[in-house]
Design a protein around this ligand. Sequence first.
Ligand SMILES: [Cu+2]
Length: 158
Amino acid sequence: MSRTVIALVAIVAGTSFVDAAPRGSAVDSHYSYAAGQPVKGRWKSTPVAVVFSEQGGKLDISPRQLKFKQGEVVKFSIRNNTAVKHEFVLGTETENLGHAESMKISSDLEHHEINGRVMKPKTAAVLQWQFLNIGKFQFACLVPGHADKEMRGEVIVE
Ligand SMILES: [Cu+2]
């Protein structure tokens, strides 16, 4: 099989899955992420709560590891219980490291990303995401220095 044919098969397989959920749609097909895509509307989704907290000056994020099935739609409810701003960004480790480097230069970039949410102190956000590809991904807070301080977790899609 040529590369083109393999790519077409992958596209058709992905499309048929999306059609199975008639009321939902992708947020913006202009963007492409290895981890999948943000989706809007009504989907049969798995609810997952993620909490950013702080104890004795030490930042923490919970849970640390999540496992999903390929094609699964997950509704992340993310709560920031700390006194500082945080981000929740889904991606590969490489994508997130690249984004983190950009953030050190200009934090304006955060507003252009649709694979995550920015949360001011004591606020919450929701992100509905479909995991399209099998693999190992991560969620991380890309506010400079935070991912280094353990503000990240692993996402495994099987
Ligand atoms: Cu943070």
